[in-house]
Write a protein that binds this ligand. Structure first.
Ligand code: KIV
Length: 273
C-alpha cells in the first residue's frame, strides 16, 4: 500500500540492521525524479541509480556508455525527492578502475554534487583496497560481484557465476574481502543459487540478489524491466509486474483519435474570454 505519510529514513545503518532482524530488503533502480517519488511512496528500502540507465533510458547495448556526467545528473534528480529510501549511485565504467585517487574523487562527486548517500562499484577481491579507501573517506560503498556487467567481455557474455568450484571460491573470498574493506552491502548478480546462499551466510552485511535466487538478504530489479518499459530482452529472473507500454500506447492511440476527430480539446479544456 502506498501512503503519503513519510516513512522513517532508511540509513546505511538501518539498511545493514535489516539482515540481523531477518527483514528482506527490496531495492529498485530509479533514474528520474517522478519515478523515484512513486517508488519511495511504494516503500522501497533503497533507490539505486544504476548505470543500467545507459541501456534502459538511452537505448545503448550495454552499461559501458554511462559516464560521470550522466550518472551525476540522474542521481541528482533522484536525490531531489529527498526520499525515505537510501539513495545509492552506481559508479560508471572507468570512474574508479584507473586508480584509487580517481575512485575517491568520483565517489566524492556523487556525495557532494549529486546528493547520493552511498555509491556502488563492481569487482571482487581486486577492488577491496579501493573500497577501503573510499570508505575511509566517509563514503558508504555497496559492492557488486558475480556477473558484473562492466566486465561482460571478460566473462564472455552474461553467464551465471559460481557454478564451478574455482568461481565459487573466488566469489566467497571476494564477499569476505569486501566486508572486511568496509562495504555495507553486496549485490550478487547472476550467481548460482546455492553459491549466493553460501555467500549470504558467510558475511554479516546484507547481500542483494539479482538473478541470484531466493536466499539473498534482499533483491534488486531494474524498474524498466518490471514495468515492461525495457523490452529489448527479458532475462529469466525478471518478473514483470506491469505492462506500461500497453497503457502508454493506448493513451497515445486515444489522444490521436480525439485530435483527428476534433473531440480534443473540449470547451472545458480551453480558455475563453
Ligand atoms: O545498473 C544497475 O541497474 C545495477 C543493478 C542491476 C544491480 O547495477
Amino acid at each position: 500500500m502506498t501512503s503519503d505519510k513519510k516513512r522513517k529514513k532508511v540509513t546505511v545503518l538501518s539498511f545493514i540492521n535489516k539482515k540481523s532482524k531477518g527483514e528482506k530488503i527490496a531495492v529498485l533502480t530509479a533514474y528520474d525524479f517522478f519515478t523515484a517519488k512513486f517508488l519511495d511512496r511504494a516503500g522501497v528500502d533503497a533507490l539505486l541509480v544504476g548505470d543500467s540507465v545507459a541501456m534502459v533510458l538511452y537505448g545503448e547495448k550495454g552499461t559501458h556508455k554511462a559516464n560521470m556526467e550522466m550518472m551525476l545528473a540522474h542521481t541528482k534528480a533522484v536525490a531531489k525527492v529527498e526520499p525515505s529510501a537510501l539513495v545509492i549511485a552506481d559508479m560508471p565504467f572507468m570512474s574508479y578502475q584507473p586508480s584509487v585517487e580517481t575512485a575517491i574523487t568520483n565517489a566524492g562527486r556523487f556525495i557532494s554534487e549529486a546528493n547520493a548517500e552511498a555509491v556502488k562499484l563492481e569487482g571482487g577481491v581486486e577492488m577491496a583496497d579501493t573500497i577501503k579507501r573510499i570508505v575511509e573517506c566517509g563514503i558508504p560503498v555497496m559492492g557488486h560481484i558475480g556477473m558484473t556487467p562492466q566486465s561482460i567481455y571478460r566473462f564472455g557474455g552474461a553467464r551465471v557465476q559460481g557454478r564451478k568450484e574455482k568461481s565459487r571460491q573466488y566469489l566467497i573470498e571476494s564477499a569476505q574481502a569486501l566486508e572486511e574493506a568496509g562495504a555495507f552491502s553486496i549485490v550478487l548478480e547472476l550467481v548460482e543459487s546455492s553459491c549466493a546462499q553460501e555467500i549470504s551466510k558467510a558475511v554479516s552485511i546484507p547481500t542483494i540478489g539479482i538473478g541470484a535466487g531466493p536466499n539473498c538478504d534482499g533483491q534488486v530489479l531494474v524498474i524498466n524491466d518490471i514495468t515492461g518499459m525495457y523490452d529489448t530482452f527479458q532475462p529469466k529472473f525478471v518478473r514483470r509486474y506491469a505492462n506500461l507500454p500497453e497503457i502508454i500506447e493506448k493513451a497515445a492511440v486515444d489522444f490521436i483519435a480525439d485530435v483527428k476527430s476534433g473531440k480534443y480539446p473540449s470547451d472545458d479544456e480551453s480558455f475563453q474570454g
